[in-house]
Write a protein that binds this ligand. Structure first.
Ligand code: F6R
Length: 608
């Protein structure tokens, strides 16, 4: 979704803005623009298509002179992707330039009011109302006008404004859309995402909802809704720019698949101390989950599918009922929730609009909330009662991989921790599970190594129009993620099906043109899935079996085999998903797809 970036300092702003915008490309966008202050004049450059186009018309920013500026990548919501609809948007007098992420829900009424007062609108966007509101309220104090303009807005926003009347300042406001400030020496920055700033500074201030800021080369001041100054801590980013670069890989997605052993290690190992799981970095202790009688897991997309695995794992280990529900459904339902309900919220970005809304709804109904989130300081991380970070590092490819596996890793840790607190594990079993947990990074690494030549299999199946993914129990939960990976990056129709359900209708679709990926890693029910393989083979389907090394039963029935290391059945999802990620990746590569930025998708879905 949209990204914003801004700079105030002594260097040529446009070059820094363009570099920041390039770092935000992964979020998904269809147009981009910058506004730079030069001698009390704002010059605006904006174009549809890639940032490269913006670089071309500005000679990589060199032809735009000025030391203060704001930039934007737009993912069209209101109005099609055109040069005019691209941000920044100007007020009629040319005094104010605005960039905005989010959605102004009451923009139609505001637009009518402004038109009645004689303001001219150039674009179809909701954002343009902000520029005209500023002009309407401005007499001699921009801060006052900004507060008044923002107080009229309903919806979500991260806003950056520059004005010719205070040419060395950037004005900022945040509500339900990420906004961070970068602290430099004689220069300061803002952005919607740390990746845009990490090459310039590692000192970051996370703005909260309802906060405003003033940013100049020399200072950053943050204010609350009433205009009172707010003391904000400066946080140090622990990863560097290499983590957000491809580092020799063809795609971020491949790099992130390969990074999974390290990411899973980072999520698990620091939290096992003296042969005990501790979440002291999350404020969780013995009493935190006392009285919990029911768990609801909510999330969107892949995070939801990680939650589907979590349901099996938690119910098995902790003996507590777990419901999983898509955030976009949960938020509009009347869920039965009380103070004995624990809501687990999964999100890589921590900014997914539906997940935030579902969390708020459940919190209002009394649920305790536990967020499992990757992006530090994100909205979900801050709003939850407890947050466990997945510590995966920056995930740039739109299709999540290490985000998903680290969510699983934390769900495993949580389940073993909770089961122990509930006295459901004796010491021997607890230590056995701890050993398995510590070994997971090694198993994930083996799953990658064992599937190095999956690119050959990809060549064989890349021309198909449709693939089924079947499995039972945790295998089914992983099938859901395998099918999503295939759809989103290779554009091949894929469907995950509970293997036992095939006979109830879907088997009608099976023929020689319908490959089936059959997941058989859950030893308890392998026999049953093998029967389903035999059934689809009888209808001429080609079957790719996924199972642990040397599983004879699979060898005899499947046409092609993908092996993963043998692990305790409970932990199978975290290893069996790896070859499915690789298969989707190599099929998409064979087809020449834009793997890191699949069409129509955005990394962080900040609108409903
Ligand atoms: C798929 C994918 C999405 C996200 C979903 C939730 O590869 O990445 O389905 O999982 O949009 O995003 P987060 O986890 O940021 O809340």
């Amino acid at each position: 979704m949209c990204g914003i970036v801004g700079y105030a300092g002594s260097q040529n702003a446009a070059e820094i803005l363009l570099d920041g915008l390039k770092k935000l490309e992964y979020r998904g966008y269809d147009s981009a623009g910058i506004a730079v202050m030069n001698n009390k004049h704002i010059s605006v450059n904006k174009v549809t298509g890639r940032i490269e186009n913006l670089c071309e018309i500005t000679e990589n920013g060199r032809s735009v002179i000025g030391k203060i500026g704001i930039g934007h990548t737009r993912w069209a919501t209101h109005g099609s992707p055109t040069d005019i609809n691209a941000h920044p948007h100007m007020s009629n007098s040319g005094k104010f330039a605005v960039v905005h992420n989010g959605i102004i829900e009451n923009y139609i009424a505001l637009k009518q009011e402004l038109i009645n007062k004689g303001f001219n609108f150039e674009s179809e966007t909701d954002t343009e109302v902000i520029a005209h509101l500023l002009e309407m309220y401005y007499t001699d104090d921009i801060k006052k006008a900004f507060y008044k303009a923002v107080s009229r807005l309903e919806g979500s926003y991260a806003i950056g404004v520059i004005s010719t009347d205070e040419p060395d300042k950037i004005f900022l406001a945040r509500q339900s859309s990420p906004l961070i400030l970068g602290v430099g020496m004689g220069e300061n920055y803002f952005a919607s995402d740390v990746t845009a700033l990490v090459a310039y500074t590692k000192n970051i201030i996370y703005m909260d909802d309802g906060e405003f800021a003033e940013l100049t080369p020399d200072y950053i001041k943050v204010f609350d809704w009433a205009g009172h100054p707010v003391e904000k801590p400066i946080n140090r980013i622990t990863w560097d720019i290499q983590a957000a670069e491809k580092g020799g890989y063809d795609h971020f997605m491949l790099k992130e698949i390969i990074e999974q052993p390290a990411a899973v290690r980072a999520a698990i190992c620091p939290r096992i101390k003296n042969e005990k799981i501790c979440f002291d970095d999350s404020g969780i202790d013995k009493s935190t989950f006392t009285g919990v009688e029911k768990i609801i897991i909510t999330a969107c997309g892949s995070a939801y599918y990680a939650g589907c695995c979590g349901k099996y794992i938690i119910e098995k280990l902790c003996g507590i009922p777990v419901e999983t529900e898509l955030a976009s459904e949960l938020r509009y339902r009347n869920p039965i929730i009380d103070e004995n309900t624990l809501l687990i919220v999964l999100s890589q970005s921590g900014e997914t609009a539906d997940t935030i809304a579902a969390m708020r709804e459940c919190k209002n109904r009394g649920a305790k909330t536990l967020a499992i989130v990757n992006v530090v300081g994100s909205t979900i991380a801050k709003a939850a009662d407890y947050t466990i970070y997945t510590l995966a590092g920056p995930e740039i490819a739109v299709a999540t991989t290490k985000g998903y596996t680290t969510q699983l890793a934390v769900l495993y840790l949580f389940s073993v921790y909770f089961a122990k607190e509930k006295m459901l594990l004796n010491d021997e079993e607890y230590h056995r599970l701890l050993t398995e947990l510590k070994d997971l990074p090694k198993y994930v690494e083996e799953a990658i190594d064992m599937n190095f030549n999956i690119s050959e299999l990809a060549k064989k199946y890349c021309n198909t129009n449709s693939i089924f993914f079947i499995g039972r129990n945790t295998d089914y939960a992983v099938a859901l993620e395998g099918a999503l990976k295939m759809k989103e990056i290779s554009y091949i129709h894929a469907e995950a099906y509970a293997a036992g359900e095939l006979k109830h209708g879907t088997i009608a679709l099976i023929d020689e043109n319908q490959p089936v990926v059959a997941l058989c890693c859950n030893e308890q029910i392998i026999e049953k899935t093998v029967s389903n393989i035999v059934e689809v083979k009888a209808r001429s389907a080609r079957v790719i079996g996924v199972s642990f090394k040397n599983n004879e039963k699979i060898l005899t029935v499947a046409d092609d085999i993908i092996f993963v290391p043998r692990v305790d059945g409970l932990f199978a999802p975290i290893v069996e998903v790896v070859p499915l990620q690789l298969l989707a990746y190599y099929i998409a590569k064979e087809k020449g797809c834009d793997i890191d930025m699949p069409k129509n998708l955005a990394k962080s879905v900040t609108v409903e």
